[in-house]
Design a protein around this ligand. Structure first.
Ligand SMILES: Cc1cc2nc3c(=O)[nH]c(=O)nc-3n(C[C@H](O)[C@H](O)[C@H](O)COP(=O)(O)OP(=O)(O)OC[C@H]3O[C@@H](n4cnc5c(N)ncnc54)[C@H](O)[C@@H]3O)c2cc1C
Length: 373
């Protein structure tokens, strides 16, 4: 089949990999370069944590995604997954339950008490009333390297064209046609739209208005040389268990320590710039001053704001059918990077007219919302 993929983020590129593995011809078009530094997927890192408390299906899906990322490292002959594990801070009973959930799903996890946590991580001020779930099948995906590896592999696949700087203005889902901003037309047997936080610009108004745009601020930090060894043995911490929802990614593989908190994730009207307002930088620095002993604003190397869309109906991702020949990943939500191999397979199956492989993710395994004209 001839497929047009609109977007050059992790979902689009991995869906293209799936199509290429099955011998289909794909044209990938992006409004910017491929990869594009403004894409949500473009960052030093993203966390893969398998634990989804009280959600065995999503936990199982994340464990499958973990294995698929390892396969992709082999396929691309590149390393981009630092398996440093993940630590989630929870009340003790919930931590025990979480560790059990992971073990039942086929993963490896243990609960760490306050004392064990203080011994292992003296460079983190963790809440003494909480326990930690430390999981093994988890860690840090070096996101920019993932994108670069996809592009490097796809470039050499027959029938795959990567076309940068080609913004799409309209998708005709019945005809499998996209119209570019310059008026040119590209026809195909199927179209997959995966344009991350820009989806509202391309989708019909009745679905666009159900999508909420979020903007989140991140600080990138250098850790003092004296703490380097401690940080090298630190897992990703998707939940420090604080009231404001602080989380961090350790400085793996030459990257910076990245810190942020759910409190710095706010609803916005439009994608504008990626600069982090001074007040938010100060707020984050103050928050982490209480969480990282010795932390000072001198650690901060830089800051950045990123965007994502969530469906008001699902609270996360959303898949929509735009007609007989087009499908869109209308909302990526805040955790699509780690699931991207599963999402991409499912979307590729649908656009190729096959029964999609089950993912364990509700948004992917239920029938897409039909917004055909
Ligand atoms: C601060 C933050 C932290 C996150 N942390 C995690 C995490 O730890 N773990 C995790 O799993 N997930 C995380 N996520 C979510 C994850 O990063 C996203 O779900 C994922 O990267 C979305 O990828 P995408 O391919 O859908 O979109 P994108 O990466 O944004 O790609 C979309 C592409 O479409 C292109 N495009 C847009 N409009 C057009 C057009 N009209 N024509 C042509 N091309 C177009 C863009 O240029 C872009 O390249 C986080 C998100 C944020 C914001």
């Amino acid at each position: 089949m001839r497929i047009t993929v609109v977007g050059g983020g992790v979902i689009a590129l991995l869906a293209t990999v799936e199509c290429a593995l099955d011998g289909h011809r794909v044209t990938v078009v992006d409004q910017g370069p491929i990869p594009y530094s403004r894409a949500t997927s473009f960052d030093q890192h993203r966390i893969l944590r398998a634990l989804h408390p009280a959600d065995p299906a999503a936990t199982g899906a994340a464990l499958r995604a973990h294995r698929r990322w390892l396969d992709l490292e082999e396929l691309f002959a590149t390393r981009f997954y630092e398996r440093v594990g993940a630590l989630t801070m929870l009340p003790p009973a919930a931590a025990d339950e979480g560790a059990r959930l992971l073990t039942d799903a086929g993963g490896h996890a243990r609960t760490l008490t306050t004392t064990a946590l203080a011994d292992r991580y003296p460079h983190l001020s963790l809440d003494g009333a909480l326990a930690g779930v430390l999981e093994d099948e988890a860690g840090v995906l070096l996101a920019e390297r993932v994108l670069a590896a996809c592009v490097a592999w796809l470039k050499y696949q027959p029938g795959i064209d990567l076309v940068p700087h080609r913004p799409v203005a309209e998708v005709d889902g019945e005809r499998g046609r996209v119209r570019f901003a310059d008026g040119q037309i590209l026809d195909a047997d199927g179209v997959l739209v995966a344009v991350g936080p820009w989806a509202r610009d391309l989708l019909p108004e009745r679905v666009a208005k159900t999508l909420t745009l979020y903007r989140q601020s991140l600080l990138y930090c250098r850790v003092p040389a004296g703490q380097a060894a401690a940080w090298a043995a630190t897992p990703a911490v998707p939940a420090l268990g604080t009231r404001r929802g602080a989380w961090l990614i350790p400085p793996v593989a030459g990257t910076a320590l990245k810190v942020t908190s759910a409190a710095l994730c706010r609803e916005v009207d439009a994608i504008t710039d990626h600069r982090t307002p001074e007040e938010y930088q100060r707020e984050l620095a103050a928050e982490f001053g209480d969480l990282l002993p010795g932390f000072s604003p001198a650690w901060v190397l830089g800051a950045k704001d990123c965007y994502y869309l969530s469906s008001a109906d699902t609270g996360g991702p959303l898949v929509v059918t735009l007609g007989a020949a087009a499908l869109a990943y209308a909302a990526c939500g805040g955790s699509s990077f780690k699931f991207a191999p599963l999402i991409a397979r499912s979307l590729a199956d649908r656009v190729l007219g096959r029964t999609p492989a089950p993912t364990g993710l509700t948004a992917l395994d239920t029938a897409p919302l039909d917004v055909s004209p």
